[in-house]
Write a protein that binds this ligand. Structure first.
Ligand SMILES: [Mg+2]
Length: 125
């Protein structure tokens, strides 16, 4: 399953990527900002999950989410936002824009695992 990680921090991308790899996900794409992420989404067919930062140059995560949700091709792609923006208003804004789950930095590998499983429906009964 192909996952796309979007963050302007290469360190944060590495942390998320390492965590995902330990969970068994090995088909991982990376982008430095929303614009680059959009180019990948637009050209690569089978990206199944989008994990994105909020604060980034070129195109931020919130604008990326809005663009993705505005395109019928990506209506069903789960989006997890991973950000330092931990305020209630920010979380609500992100969820209203189409984010499925939200992680505030810093986070533990366990949190990423749980949120990922939640958006994938792994824990559904
Ligand atoms: Mg950032």
């Amino acid at each position: 399953m192909k996952l796309l990680i979007v963050d302007d921090s290469s360190t944060m991308r590495r942390i998320i990527k390492n965590t995902l790899q330990r969970l068994g996900y090995d088909d991982i794409l990376e982008a430095e900002h929303g614009l680059q992420a959009w180019e990948l989404l637009d050209t690569i067919d089978d990206i199944k999950i989008l994990i994105t930062d909020w604060n980034m140059p070129e195109m931020n995560g919130l604008d990326l989410v809005k663009k993705v949700r505005g395109d019928a091709r990506f209506a069903d792609i789960p989006i997890i936002m991973v950000t330092t923006e931990g305020g209630k208003a920010e979380v609500i804004t992100a969820l209203k824009s189409g984010v499925n789950n939200y992680i505030v930095k810093p986070f533990t590998p366990q949190v990423l695992k749980e949120k990922l499983e939640a958006v994938l429906g792994v824990n559904e009964v």
